[in-house]
Design a binder for this molecule. Sequence first.
Ligand code: ATP
Ligand code: MG
Ligand code: MG
Length: 550
Amino acid sequence: MEQSNFIRTIIKEDLETGKRDKVITRFPPEPNGYLHIGHAKSIIINFGLADDFNGKTHLRFDDTNPLKEDQEYVDAIKEDVKWLGYDWEELRFASNYFDEMYERAVLLIKKGKAYVDDLSQEEIREYRGTLTEPGKESPYRNRSVEENLDLFERMRNGEFENGSKVLRAKIDMSSPNLNLRDPVIYRISHATHHNTGDTWCIYPMYAFAHPLEDAIEDVTHSLCTTEFEDQRPLYNWIVEECEMESKPQQIEFGRLNITNTVMSKRKLKQLVDEKIVDGWDDPRMPTISGLRRKGFTPGAIREFVQETGVSKGSGAVDEAMLEHYVREDLKLTSPRTMGILRPLKVVITNYPEDQSELLDAENNPENEEMGTRKIPFSREIYVEQDDFMENPPKKYFRLFPDNEVRLKHAYFIKCNDVIKDEEGNVIELHCTYDIETKSGSGFTGRKVKGTLHWVDAKSAIPAEFRLYEPLVLDEQMAEDDSEEKDFLDHINPNSLEIVQGFIEPNMKDVKPHDKFQFFRHGYFNVDPKYSTSEKPVFNRIVSLKSSFKI
Ligand code: ATP
Ligand code: MG
Ligand code: MG
């Protein structure tokens, strides 16, 4: 990340003043879901800053909650980080530090800084008080060190039920910062962990585990999002009181949110579990795997995230900005081609029945290096249904009775007859072509206003096109993470439209993730999940037009 930002400034100063002699950052996902584009911001910041200062970055799985975590997520997260273009110096698992965390908790007990509490979760919440009301001390707060050591060991040995006891840090029940009112640091959970199996039945809470993980790994700058700002005093308390040698510094930056989407693993998981989408990699999801399947490129995602910048603020960014960057990225690299999404047959009645020809077409007018191809043309072609109107309004320049249009890379054709079925639906057009008007012939005899794309009917390959709209119709949804606002009420019923059409025959060997610009329709990616050798499926990445201006 080249731009300067407040975190870079802090790191630079730390190095210049000798406060630090190296930079170690970490990206610490919890393996309880797939990564989303918000995580991409964290990845880019952590790996980017370390890289700029010749430091290193750990990929650390923050796997302290056995109930929600799974190997599937570990694998997916690794794949996504790599795909974004980053590689970690070291792969770490927080669960590998369970022994040390336990020892540090025992140290706190010995120092009189932690106690075993028998209050229920509910009671602990009540006793905690509010911003305007001081908390109340638990009746178990003044247990002796010996009793606490004994109870904590027995918690570890599995003598107690889930929820019957917790270990709490003994800090200050009247602190104005609620996080310091004796936070819970260990809970009982008789659950099998994806890494440590049944070794443990007590697990550290995030607020306790995270600072220890950072310190154990000698992380210098622990970068997280602003919702952890209030936790910073607790973070520092834990590093201090647990007598960690290394003293990482927590620095917060603003979350990335995008309009018309939700961006929390909990909500994304709900969409998957309730089958509102077709898995974590559904192209409508803001997950890295969803964006990849839709056809977004790592470069476009990186450019986008960098452009949104690093600050404390976290307004929702317009999704159009992300689309802008993928268009920019694909403009010069993806071949242009023609595809018909909703076919209407056109018979060119003056073109000989047994004849066909190959026409020249450039692959990318903005990038000559991409060369040219030959496309077949014969008596029957397909055009788009909505490129014809029997009774057109003014300024409609496409096909209508007696009107002439240009076929891209081919000839002018004129519509003479409209063929209908019994119900009056238009099923075919009869046109004539003018051999003089061949594309590239230099013909200047007359002009037409409309240019249509088309495919040769005999040789075209059937294809499926999947067109997407935002999954959630609420601009502020991503920002409002509150429970009250049920995002399921805002799901867009038209977020996926599937249409069956045709593509040029020279596309018969397309492979998953090949990207094209279909003339007039936008950029598409070959879907890796549903494409078959007979019929490719194309996900529309983005249409051609943009309302977004940089
Ligand atoms: P979510 O809240 O979406 O469920 P999370 O914060 O619980 O995500 P973690 O796996 O804990 O997910 O996140 C790993 C890292 O990614 C954390 O450091 C977190 O702060 C960061 N991160 C998560 N969401 C965003 C976001 N929208 N913008 C920037 N960073 C994010
Ligand atoms: Mg988290
Ligand atoms: Mg979260």
